[in-house]
Design a protein around this ligand. Structure first.
Ligand code: PGA
Ligand code: ZN
Length: 411
């Protein structure tokens, strides 16, 4: 065992130019672990809350109070703890903040600390993080299948398109390298189509194209065309994946599709999405209904759960209890794993195991506000989660995660 000697937090900046929390955990033997908190924009109401200072300075986004919480109470509580006992370290953090959403310490303070402890333990072993995760959780490591955004919409692109993520997956590729090649071809083909039609507004929050479509379905048609131009047959090696992020435009059984100027009830949403599942090779769909529309999620899963992956993100917020409730109710068949939604590594692992215990899928995911932190590439690989969602195929805060998988592949 090597004890934690020092914990220090510093302010760094994320991909949206906003302040965030970086934590250094130094062990007694000088070994260092470091991690940075990401930040969401389309957040579930029950996820751990980031502590922001508010007020006028830095548009209220500063994180000084979160930094103070790491440098003060968290550092004091963890000093002397065995870095390799992640559960005990996380429990010590949780004991400082019994609030359900970690409002006291801030989820940004807890997640950066918890991940930095994990990094320190791996470095102390010494072994790569993915290997450390596999060996300490008893999982079989494997490189994940990427889920990569081609068009960004919703809260990530000025709400020009209602649906948040139009993505592809390449389950038919023979290796990770080939996934990258095919994705690159589809990404640029999609951009060419938008440019030629005068429908390109720019680049969205996660690096995908920011389109000016006339309907949500135009995005699907354009994605199909891009896959074909890339030399692929949609539904063969390349399939489509959607994050509807329905809580962003719906709730209480009422959905407002601004782009198409129409309003749907829960059944109407299910019919519309069911029609898309018929017409397009969609293999995965995230948050098809709003987080408070549990009857809708149950009905959607009853009708389509045997042929498509249905992921709970805003609905399940990486919470093991919510996953178990959804399993009993028959809502969804997969969960997104975002460590900062839970707030600690241990709680995220509990959610992962709860998913796996019932044969659910688990997709490790980044946030829309990201940094150079590559923890999730290692977590996805070490857990053998099977899938990794990072955003698009441009911008270094995204590419560093894909590139890290390539390095792990060579290890
Ligand atoms: P967020 O969204 O990181 O902006 O909350 C990502 C997602 O919905 O998957
Ligand atoms: Zn989502």
């Amino acid at each position: 065992m090597t004890a934690i000697d020092r914990i220090t937090a510093r302010r760094v900046w994320d991909s949206r130019g906003r302040p965030t929390v970086e934590v250094d955990v130094t062990l007694e033997n000088g070994v260092l672990g470091r991690a940075i908190a990401p930040a969401g924009a389309s957040r579930g109401t029950r996820e751990a809350v980031d502590l922001r200072d508010g007020g006028g300075h830095l548009r209220g986004q500063n994180v000084q109070s979160a930094l103070d919480n790491v440098n003060g109470p968290i550092a004091a509580a963890l000093r002397g703890h065995d870095a390799s006992d992640q559960r005990a370290a996380d429990d010590a953090i949780l004991a400082l903040d019994p609030s359900p959403l970690k409002e006291t310490l801030g989820g940004n303070a807890t997640v950066a600390t918890s991940l930095a402890v994990l990094h320190a333990a791996a470095a102390d072993a010494p072994r790569p993080l993915w290997q450390h995760v596999a060996e300490t959780t008893g999982t079989t490591p494997s490189l994940p299948l990427p889920e990569i955004q081609i068009f960004g919409g919703g809260a990530h692109a000025g709400r020009r398109v209602d649906i948040q993520d139009f993505m592809i997956m390449v389950p038919g590729a023979s290796c990770f390298d080939e996934v990258m090649e095919i994705t690159s071809a589809v990404y640029f083909a999609a951009g060419d189509i938008l440019k030629s039609k005068g429908k390109l507004a720019g680049v969205a929050d996660e690096g995908g194209w920011w389109p000016m479509f006339d309907s949500n379905e135009e995005a699907l048609e354009t994605l199909m065309r891009a896959i074909e131009i890339a030399g692929e047959t949609p539904g063969k090696r390349v399939v489509i994946s959607l994050d509807i992020a329905a809580s962003e435009f719906g709730g209480a059984g009422c959905y407002r599709l601004a782009l198409e100027n129409r309003q749907l009830d829960s059944d109407g949403m299910i019919e519309m999405l069911g029609g898309w599942l018929e017409a397009y090779p969609i293999a995965s769909i995230e948050d098809p209904l709003a987080e408070d529309d549990v009857p809708g999620a149950i009905e959607f899963t009853r009708r389509f759960g045997d042929r498509v992956q249905i992921i709970g993100d805003d609905y399940l917020v990486t919470n093991a209890d919510l996953v178990r409730e959804a399993q009993v109710a028959g809502a969804c068949n997969a969960v997104l794993i975002k460590v900062n939604q839970a707030g600690t590594v241990s709680e995220s692992l509990e959610t992962f195991h709860a998913a796996r215990a019932e044969g659910w899928g688990a997709i490790v995911s980044a946030r829309s506000g990201e940094t150079e932190d590559v923890s999730i590439s290692h977590l996805a690989t070490g857990l053998g989660a099977g899938q990794l969602k990072v955003g698009s195929f441009t911008r270094s805060e995204r590419m560093i995660k894909w590139n890290e998988c390539l390095r792990i592949q060579d290890a």
